[in-house]
Design a protein around this ligand. Structure first.
Ligand code: SF4
Length: 108
């Protein structure tokens, strides 16, 4: 069955209108990507996906027990599969087990 061009155009416009009605925030959440370890900010902040991978003394700022999961910039309410958006990386996903030099302890 063939759809006439006028109907196809109408359906296309309906689709575009429906997409325009979806808040941009929905796309941002859907498009959230993990922080790339080669990202310049990740390198500048010394981000690692697993704090246990750091050697003793490798990071002077690293305090025992600190990791993304207990950092104030880790959006724990949006955590999924061990990752959540981080404020230091513009909302990109970081690993709960990770760490970087911007670590700030979450309020108890
Ligand atoms: S700011 Fe906090 S949550 Fe973000 S990468 Fe650094 S330690 Fe992890």
């Amino acid at each position: 069955m063939q759809i006439p061009n006028s109907r196809r155009r109408f359906l296309g416009l309906c689709g575009a209108a429906a997409l325009a009605a979806i808040p941009a925030r929905s796309f941002a959440q859907a498009a959230a990507a993990k922080v790339d370890l080669n990202d310049p900010t990740a390198k500048a902040l010394g981000y690692v996906e697993n704090v246990a991978s750091l050697k003793p003394g490798q990071e002077a700022a690293l305090k025992t027990g600190s990791h993304c999961g207990n950092c104030a910039l880790y959006t724990v309410a949006q955590e999924a599969a061990g990752h959540a958006p981080c404020g230091a990386f513009g909302g990109k996903l970081v690993a709960k087990t990770g760490w970087c030099r911007a670590y700030s302890p979450a309020a108890a």
